[in-house]
Design a protein around this ligand. Structure first.
Ligand SMILES: NC(=O)c1ccc[n+]([C@@H]2O[C@H](COP(=O)([O-])OP(=O)(O)OC[C@H]3O[C@@H](n4cnc5c(N)ncnc54)[C@H](OP(=O)(O)O)[C@@H]3O)[C@@H](O)[C@H]2O)c1
Length: 379
Protein backbone atom coordinates (compact mmCIF):
# COMPACT_ATOMS: atom_id res chain seq x y z
CA UNK A 1 0.00 0.00 0.00
CA UNK A 2 1.07 3.53 -0.71
CA UNK A 3 2.00 5.29 2.52
CA UNK A 4 0.43 8.69 3.08
CA UNK A 5 3.82 10.37 3.36
CA UNK A 6 5.03 9.04 0.00
CA UNK A 7 1.64 9.76 -1.45
CA UNK A 8 1.66 13.33 -0.10
CA UNK A 9 5.08 14.08 -1.43
CA UNK A 10 4.08 12.90 -4.87
CA UNK A 11 0.69 14.60 -4.74
CA UNK A 12 1.73 17.94 -3.33
CA UNK A 13 5.39 18.51 -4.04
CA UNK A 14 5.76 17.32 -7.63
CA UNK A 15 2.98 19.52 -9.10
CA UNK A 16 4.29 22.46 -7.10
CA UNK A 17 7.79 22.03 -8.51
CA UNK A 18 6.31 21.70 -11.99
CA UNK A 19 4.42 24.98 -11.56
CA UNK A 20 7.52 26.61 -10.17
CA UNK A 21 5.63 28.29 -7.31
CA UNK A 22 5.07 31.13 -9.79
CA UNK A 23 2.22 33.56 -9.03
CA UNK A 24 1.49 32.37 -5.53
CA UNK A 25 4.98 33.11 -4.31
CA UNK A 26 4.41 36.80 -5.02
CA UNK A 27 0.99 37.08 -3.43
CA UNK A 28 0.20 37.97 0.18
CA UNK A 29 -0.40 35.03 2.57
CA UNK A 30 -3.73 33.21 2.55
CA UNK A 31 -5.25 32.70 6.02
CA UNK A 32 -7.18 29.44 6.53
CA UNK A 33 -9.60 29.22 9.45
CA UNK A 34 -10.18 25.66 10.71
CA UNK A 35 -6.69 24.61 9.55
CA UNK A 36 -6.54 21.79 12.08
CA UNK A 37 -9.79 20.29 10.75
CA UNK A 38 -10.25 17.65 8.09
CA UNK A 39 -11.02 19.92 5.13
CA UNK A 40 -8.90 22.82 6.42
CA UNK A 41 -5.77 20.64 6.63
CA UNK A 42 -6.13 19.53 3.01
CA UNK A 43 -6.75 23.15 1.95
CA UNK A 44 -3.49 24.15 3.68
CA UNK A 45 -1.69 21.27 1.90
CA UNK A 46 -3.11 22.32 -1.47
CA UNK A 47 -2.13 25.97 -0.92
CA UNK A 48 1.42 25.03 0.07
CA UNK A 49 1.69 22.74 -2.96
CA UNK A 50 0.86 25.72 -5.19
CA UNK A 51 3.49 27.90 -3.56
CA UNK A 52 1.29 30.07 -1.35
CA UNK A 53 2.35 31.43 2.02
CA UNK A 54 -0.24 30.28 4.54
CA UNK A 55 -1.42 31.64 7.88
CA UNK A 56 -3.07 28.98 10.04
CA UNK A 57 -4.96 30.16 13.12
CA UNK A 58 -5.50 27.12 15.38
CA UNK A 59 -6.95 27.60 18.84
CA UNK A 60 -4.86 26.03 21.59
CA UNK A 61 -2.02 25.09 19.24
CA UNK A 62 0.69 26.17 21.74
CA UNK A 63 -0.61 23.87 24.46
CA UNK A 64 -1.54 21.09 22.04
CA UNK A 65 1.16 21.02 19.34
CA UNK A 66 -0.28 17.71 18.06
CA UNK A 67 -3.13 19.76 16.53
CA UNK A 68 -0.70 21.26 14.02
CA UNK A 69 2.18 18.74 13.79
CA UNK A 70 0.75 17.26 10.57
CA UNK A 71 0.59 20.73 9.01
CA UNK A 72 4.19 21.49 9.98
CA UNK A 73 5.29 18.24 8.27
CA UNK A 74 3.75 19.18 4.92
CA UNK A 75 6.09 19.90 2.01
CA UNK A 76 6.78 23.66 1.96
CA UNK A 77 5.54 24.19 5.52
CA UNK A 78 8.89 25.02 7.07
CA UNK A 79 9.33 27.96 4.68
CA UNK A 80 5.77 29.09 4.04
CA UNK A 81 3.42 28.07 6.85
CA UNK A 82 2.90 30.25 9.92
CA UNK A 83 0.80 28.89 12.79
CA UNK A 84 -1.07 31.31 15.05
CA UNK A 85 -2.44 30.24 18.43
CA UNK A 86 -5.92 31.76 18.28
CA UNK A 87 -8.86 31.85 15.98
CA UNK A 88 -11.79 31.03 18.23
CA UNK A 89 -15.06 31.60 16.38
CA UNK A 90 -16.81 32.57 19.58
CA UNK A 91 -14.44 35.49 20.29
CA UNK A 92 -14.45 38.87 18.59
CA UNK A 93 -10.91 39.75 17.46
CA UNK A 94 -9.56 36.21 17.77
CA UNK A 95 -8.54 36.08 14.09
CA UNK A 96 -6.94 39.56 13.98
CA UNK A 97 -3.30 38.50 14.23
CA UNK A 98 -3.60 35.67 11.67
CA UNK A 99 -5.41 37.91 9.18
CA UNK A 100 -3.02 40.84 9.59
CA UNK A 101 -0.99 41.12 6.33
CA UNK A 102 -2.98 38.30 4.68
CA UNK A 103 -4.35 38.92 1.20
CA UNK A 104 -7.24 36.47 1.32
CA UNK A 105 -9.14 34.23 3.74
CA UNK A 106 -10.45 30.70 3.24
CA UNK A 107 -13.01 30.18 6.01
CA UNK A 108 -13.49 26.48 6.73
CA UNK A 109 -13.97 26.59 10.53
CA UNK A 110 -17.39 25.64 11.90
CA UNK A 111 -18.98 23.47 14.54
CA UNK A 112 -19.82 20.41 12.47
CA UNK A 113 -22.62 18.67 14.34
CA UNK A 114 -26.07 17.57 13.33
CA UNK A 115 -29.14 17.98 15.48
CA UNK A 116 -31.63 20.39 16.93
CA UNK A 117 -29.50 22.74 18.97
CA UNK A 118 -29.79 26.48 18.34
CA UNK A 119 -26.12 26.72 19.41
CA UNK A 120 -25.07 25.15 16.08
CA UNK A 121 -26.54 28.20 14.34
CA UNK A 122 -25.08 30.65 16.85
CA UNK A 123 -21.58 29.16 16.45
CA UNK A 124 -21.79 29.23 12.68
CA UNK A 125 -23.45 32.62 12.15
CA UNK A 126 -21.88 34.60 15.02
CA UNK A 127 -18.60 32.80 14.35
CA UNK A 128 -18.65 33.81 10.69
CA UNK A 129 -19.59 37.35 11.74
CA UNK A 130 -16.51 37.46 14.01
CA UNK A 131 -14.38 36.23 11.10
CA UNK A 132 -15.82 38.96 8.84
CA UNK A 133 -15.07 41.63 11.47
CA UNK A 134 -11.42 40.55 11.51
CA UNK A 135 -11.43 40.46 7.69
CA UNK A 136 -12.65 44.07 7.58
CA UNK A 137 -10.10 45.23 10.17
CA UNK A 138 -7.30 43.69 8.09
CA UNK A 139 -8.67 45.22 4.87
CA UNK A 140 -8.97 41.81 3.18
CA UNK A 141 -11.08 41.82 0.00
CA UNK A 142 -10.96 38.19 -1.10
CA UNK A 143 -12.87 35.44 0.70
CA UNK A 144 -13.67 31.78 0.06
CA UNK A 145 -16.24 30.19 2.32
CA UNK A 146 -16.77 26.51 3.03
CA UNK A 147 -20.51 26.16 2.85
CA UNK A 148 -22.24 22.82 2.24
CA UNK A 149 -24.86 21.05 0.20
CA UNK A 150 -26.84 21.50 3.42
CA UNK A 151 -27.33 25.14 2.30
CA UNK A 152 -28.83 23.84 -0.96
CA UNK A 153 -30.82 20.64 -0.43
CA UNK A 154 -34.41 20.75 0.75
CA UNK A 155 -37.44 18.50 0.80
CA UNK A 156 -40.15 20.74 -0.66
CA UNK A 157 -39.21 19.81 -4.27
CA UNK A 158 -40.01 16.72 -6.38
CA UNK A 159 -37.87 13.65 -5.53
CA UNK A 160 -36.16 13.64 -8.93
CA UNK A 161 -35.10 17.31 -8.63
CA UNK A 162 -31.44 17.85 -9.54
CA UNK A 163 -30.04 20.39 -7.07
CA UNK A 164 -27.72 23.08 -8.45
CA UNK A 165 -26.19 26.32 -7.18
CA UNK A 166 -29.53 28.02 -7.96
CA UNK A 167 -31.21 26.19 -5.06
CA UNK A 168 -31.27 27.52 -1.51
CA UNK A 169 -32.34 25.49 1.49
CA UNK A 170 -35.51 27.29 2.60
CA UNK A 171 -36.96 24.12 4.16
CA UNK A 172 -34.81 23.44 7.23
CA UNK A 173 -35.50 24.78 10.70
CA UNK A 174 -34.44 24.03 14.25
CA UNK A 175 -37.93 22.70 14.97
CA UNK A 176 -37.69 20.26 12.05
CA UNK A 177 -34.37 19.05 13.48
CA UNK A 178 -31.90 20.46 10.94
CA UNK A 179 -30.08 23.28 12.71
CA UNK A 180 -26.96 22.54 10.63
CA UNK A 181 -28.84 23.24 7.38
CA UNK A 182 -30.05 26.56 8.79
CA UNK A 183 -26.57 27.42 10.09
CA UNK A 184 -24.83 26.77 6.77
CA UNK A 185 -27.53 28.63 4.78
CA UNK A 186 -27.52 31.71 7.02
CA UNK A 187 -23.72 31.87 7.23
CA UNK A 188 -23.35 31.56 3.46
CA UNK A 189 -25.98 34.24 2.78
CA UNK A 190 -24.31 36.55 5.30
CA UNK A 191 -20.96 36.22 3.52
CA UNK A 192 -22.40 36.82 0.05
CA UNK A 193 -24.20 39.95 1.34
CA UNK A 194 -21.04 41.20 3.09
CA UNK A 195 -18.96 41.22 -0.11
CA UNK A 196 -21.69 42.06 -2.64
CA UNK A 197 -21.81 45.84 -2.39
CA UNK A 198 -18.16 46.78 -2.93
CA UNK A 199 -16.77 46.05 -6.38
CA UNK A 200 -13.21 45.72 -5.02
CA UNK A 201 -14.35 42.83 -2.80
CA UNK A 202 -15.33 39.29 -3.77
CA UNK A 203 -16.44 36.04 -2.16
CA UNK A 204 -17.10 32.55 -3.49
CA UNK A 205 -18.77 29.70 -1.57
CA UNK A 206 -17.98 26.05 -2.12
CA UNK A 207 -20.68 23.55 -1.17
CA UNK A 208 -19.31 20.04 -0.62
CA UNK A 209 -21.32 16.85 -0.19
CA UNK A 210 -20.12 14.35 2.42
CA UNK A 211 -16.33 14.53 2.46
CA UNK A 212 -14.27 11.34 2.71
CA UNK A 213 -10.83 10.16 1.55
CA UNK A 214 -7.32 10.09 3.00
CA UNK A 215 -6.64 11.60 6.44
CA UNK A 216 -3.68 13.33 8.04
CA UNK A 217 -4.54 12.61 11.70
CA UNK A 218 -6.53 10.29 13.94
CA UNK A 219 -8.85 13.23 14.70
CA UNK A 220 -9.73 13.36 10.99
CA UNK A 221 -10.98 9.75 11.19
CA UNK A 222 -13.57 11.10 13.63
CA UNK A 223 -14.67 13.90 11.27
CA UNK A 224 -16.58 12.87 8.13
CA UNK A 225 -13.85 10.32 7.24
CA UNK A 226 -15.60 8.42 10.04
CA UNK A 227 -17.70 6.83 7.30
CA UNK A 228 -14.59 4.98 6.09
CA UNK A 229 -13.30 4.17 9.58
CA UNK A 230 -16.64 2.65 10.61
CA UNK A 231 -16.58 0.54 7.43
CA UNK A 232 -13.24 -0.92 8.53
CA UNK A 233 -14.42 -1.47 12.09
CA UNK A 234 -17.79 -2.88 10.93
CA UNK A 235 -19.71 -0.41 13.09
CA UNK A 236 -23.06 1.30 12.63
CA UNK A 237 -23.11 4.37 10.35
CA UNK A 238 -25.68 6.98 9.37
CA UNK A 239 -27.72 5.65 6.48
CA UNK A 240 -28.92 9.08 5.29
CA UNK A 241 -29.10 9.55 1.49
CA UNK A 242 -26.05 11.54 0.39
CA UNK A 243 -23.38 12.03 -2.25
CA UNK A 244 -19.71 11.77 -1.34
CA UNK A 245 -16.72 13.78 -2.49
CA UNK A 246 -12.97 13.30 -2.08
CA UNK A 247 -11.33 15.63 0.45
CA UNK A 248 -8.50 16.32 -2.02
CA UNK A 249 -11.01 17.49 -4.66
CA UNK A 250 -12.69 19.68 -2.04
CA UNK A 251 -9.30 21.27 -1.30
CA UNK A 252 -8.64 21.80 -5.01
CA UNK A 253 -12.12 23.37 -5.32
CA UNK A 254 -11.30 25.84 -2.53
CA UNK A 255 -7.97 26.91 -4.00
CA UNK A 256 -9.32 27.08 -7.56
CA UNK A 257 -12.09 29.33 -6.15
CA UNK A 258 -9.44 31.50 -4.48
CA UNK A 259 -7.71 31.91 -7.84
CA UNK A 260 -10.99 32.97 -9.53
CA UNK A 261 -11.92 35.61 -6.94
CA UNK A 262 -10.54 38.52 -8.93
CA UNK A 263 -12.56 37.63 -12.03
CA UNK A 264 -15.77 39.71 -11.87
CA UNK A 265 -17.92 36.90 -13.30
CA UNK A 266 -17.07 34.68 -10.29
CA UNK A 267 -17.98 37.21 -7.60
CA UNK A 268 -20.74 35.88 -5.31
CA UNK A 269 -20.77 32.45 -6.99
CA UNK A 270 -21.25 29.10 -5.28
CA UNK A 271 -20.10 25.68 -6.45
CA UNK A 272 -21.48 22.25 -5.58
CA UNK A 273 -18.63 19.81 -4.92
CA UNK A 274 -19.77 16.19 -5.22
CA UNK A 275 -18.36 13.21 -7.12
CA UNK A 276 -20.03 11.76 -10.21
CA UNK A 277 -21.91 8.97 -8.42
CA UNK A 278 -25.68 9.05 -8.03
CA UNK A 279 -27.07 9.76 -4.57
CA UNK A 280 -26.30 6.81 -2.29
CA UNK A 281 -29.66 6.12 -0.68
CA UNK A 282 -28.19 4.16 2.21
CA UNK A 283 -25.37 6.71 2.70
CA UNK A 284 -22.33 5.33 4.53
CA UNK A 285 -23.70 1.78 4.52
CA UNK A 286 -23.19 1.66 0.75
CA UNK A 287 -19.46 2.20 1.21
CA UNK A 288 -19.14 -1.31 2.74
CA UNK A 289 -19.71 -3.25 -0.51
CA UNK A 290 -17.45 -0.81 -2.40
CA UNK A 291 -14.65 -1.40 0.12
CA UNK A 292 -15.22 -5.18 0.03
CA UNK A 293 -14.81 -5.17 -3.75
CA UNK A 294 -11.64 -3.05 -3.55
CA UNK A 295 -10.03 -5.09 -0.74
CA UNK A 296 -10.89 -8.72 -1.58
CA UNK A 297 -10.53 -11.12 1.35
CA UNK A 298 -11.35 -8.43 3.94
CA UNK A 299 -14.61 -7.83 5.80
CA UNK A 300 -16.48 -4.51 5.89
CA UNK A 301 -19.66 -5.39 7.78
CA UNK A 302 -20.90 -1.86 8.20
CA UNK A 303 -24.44 -1.65 9.58
CA UNK A 304 -27.18 1.02 9.34
CA UNK A 305 -27.74 3.27 12.32
CA UNK A 306 -31.40 3.47 11.33
CA UNK A 307 -32.46 -0.01 10.09
CA UNK A 308 -35.23 0.30 7.51
CA UNK A 309 -37.63 -2.26 9.10
CA UNK A 310 -37.63 -0.19 12.33
CA UNK A 311 -37.86 3.11 10.44
CA UNK A 312 -40.90 1.80 8.53
CA UNK A 313 -42.71 1.45 11.87
CA UNK A 314 -41.40 4.69 13.39
CA UNK A 315 -42.06 7.02 10.43
CA UNK A 316 -45.88 6.90 10.62
CA UNK A 317 -45.79 6.99 14.44
CA UNK A 318 -43.66 10.15 14.26
CA UNK A 319 -46.55 11.96 12.54
CA UNK A 320 -48.95 11.56 15.46
CA UNK A 321 -49.68 15.09 16.77
CA UNK A 322 -48.02 16.05 20.09
CA UNK A 323 -46.13 12.78 20.74
CA UNK A 324 -44.70 12.18 17.24
CA UNK A 325 -41.83 14.63 17.66
CA UNK A 326 -40.46 12.56 20.53
CA UNK A 327 -40.13 9.55 18.25
CA UNK A 328 -38.42 11.21 15.32
CA UNK A 329 -38.07 14.76 14.01
CA UNK A 330 -39.19 15.80 10.54
CA UNK A 331 -35.66 16.09 9.13
CA UNK A 332 -35.00 12.49 10.08
CA UNK A 333 -38.39 11.26 8.88
CA UNK A 334 -38.21 12.94 5.48
CA UNK A 335 -34.44 13.24 4.99
CA UNK A 336 -33.69 9.65 5.88
CA UNK A 337 -35.93 8.31 3.11
CA UNK A 338 -35.62 10.96 0.38
CA UNK A 339 -32.84 10.83 -2.23
CA UNK A 340 -31.03 14.10 -3.01
CA UNK A 341 -29.36 14.48 -6.43
CA UNK A 342 -26.80 17.17 -7.26
CA UNK A 343 -25.14 18.46 -10.41
CA UNK A 344 -21.39 19.10 -10.26
CA UNK A 345 -21.37 20.62 -13.77
CA UNK A 346 -20.42 24.15 -12.67
CA UNK A 347 -17.55 22.90 -10.49
CA UNK A 348 -16.23 20.74 -13.33
CA UNK A 349 -16.62 23.28 -16.14
CA UNK A 350 -16.08 26.63 -14.43
CA UNK A 351 -14.00 25.80 -11.37
CA UNK A 352 -11.93 23.15 -13.13
CA UNK A 353 -12.36 20.36 -10.57
CA UNK A 354 -11.84 16.90 -12.07
CA UNK A 355 -13.57 14.76 -9.44
CA UNK A 356 -11.96 11.48 -8.43
CA UNK A 357 -14.06 8.33 -8.68
CA UNK A 358 -15.67 6.95 -5.54
CA UNK A 359 -13.48 3.82 -5.92
CA UNK A 360 -10.29 5.90 -5.81
CA UNK A 361 -11.54 7.85 -2.80
CA UNK A 362 -12.57 4.76 -0.86
CA UNK A 363 -9.40 2.81 -1.74
CA UNK A 364 -6.92 5.58 -0.95
CA UNK A 365 -8.94 6.71 2.06
CA UNK A 366 -8.92 3.26 3.64
CA UNK A 367 -5.23 2.77 2.78
CA UNK A 368 -4.39 6.05 4.46
CA UNK A 369 -6.31 5.14 7.64
CA UNK A 370 -4.77 1.65 7.78
CA UNK A 371 -1.20 2.67 6.85
CA UNK A 372 -1.12 5.22 9.66
CA UNK A 373 -2.31 2.61 12.17
CA UNK A 374 -5.69 4.23 12.91
CA UNK A 375 -7.60 1.00 12.12
CA UNK A 376 -6.83 -2.57 11.02
CA UNK A 377 -8.47 -4.40 8.14
CA UNK A 378 -10.45 -7.49 9.20
CA UNK A 379 -10.18 -10.85 7.38
N1 LIG B 1 -16.95 17.10 6.36
C1 LIG B 1 -18.01 17.20 5.57
O1 LIG B 1 -18.56 16.20 5.11
C2 LIG B 1 -18.49 18.57 5.19
C3 LIG B 1 -19.38 18.68 4.11
C4 LIG B 1 -19.80 19.95 3.72
C5 LIG B 1 -19.34 21.07 4.38
N2 LIG B 1 -18.48 20.93 5.42
C6 LIG B 1 -18.00 22.15 6.07
O2 LIG B 1 -16.58 22.11 6.01
C7 LIG B 1 -16.02 22.84 7.10
C8 LIG B 1 -14.95 22.03 7.78
O3 LIG B 1 -15.51 20.81 8.21
P1 LIG B 1 -14.61 19.56 8.57
O4 LIG B 1 -15.32 18.37 8.07
O5 LIG B 1 -13.22 19.80 8.18
O6 LIG B 1 -14.78 19.55 10.15
P2 LIG B 1 -13.72 19.33 11.31
O7 LIG B 1 -12.70 18.32 10.94
O8 LIG B 1 -14.54 19.09 12.52
O9 LIG B 1 -13.02 20.73 11.43
C9 LIG B 1 -13.66 21.83 11.93
C10 LIG B 1 -12.65 22.92 12.12
O10 LIG B 1 -13.33 24.05 12.65
C11 LIG B 1 -12.69 24.42 13.85
N3 LIG B 1 -13.64 24.91 14.83
C12 LIG B 1 -14.72 24.32 15.34
N4 LIG B 1 -15.29 25.09 16.27
C13 LIG B 1 -14.52 26.19 16.35
C14 LIG B 1 -14.56 27.36 17.12
N5 LIG B 1 -15.52 27.57 18.01
N6 LIG B 1 -13.61 28.28 16.92
C15 LIG B 1 -12.64 28.08 16.01
N7 LIG B 1 -12.53 26.99 15.26
C16 LIG B 1 -13.47 26.07 15.43
C17 LIG B 1 -12.02 23.18 14.37
O11 LIG B 1 -10.95 23.62 15.22
P3 LIG B 1 -10.47 22.78 16.48
O12 LIG B 1 -9.53 21.74 15.92
O13 LIG B 1 -9.81 23.78 17.33
O14 LIG B 1 -11.70 22.18 17.09
C18 LIG B 1 -11.54 22.55 13.09
O15 LIG B 1 -10.35 23.12 12.67
C19 LIG B 1 -17.20 23.23 7.99
O16 LIG B 1 -17.55 24.55 7.65
C20 LIG B 1 -18.30 22.27 7.54
O17 LIG B 1 -19.57 22.82 7.77
C21 LIG B 1 -18.04 19.71 5.85
Amino acid sequence: MLSLRVYDTARYLIPALRRGFSDAAHSAPVAVTGSSGYIGSFVVAELLSRGYNVHAPVRGSSKKPAKVAHLQNLPGASERLKIFDGGDLTLDGSFDSAFDSAGAVIHTAAEVVLGKSQSIITASVEGTNNVLKSVDKAGINLFVQTSSVAAIQKYNVPENHIFTEADWNDWSSVEKGDAYGVAKTQAEQMVHAHFAADEKRSSIAVNPGVVIGPVFTKAHTKASALFLRECIFGNKVMNFPCTFVDVRDVAIGHVNALEKLKLPEYKGRRFVLVNDEKCMIQGGVELGPVAARLFPGHKFDVRPLYPEPIMKILRPLSQIPLIGGNIMDEYQRVGQSTPVHFSNKAAREELGVDFRSLDTTVKEGIESIVDQGFAKLKK
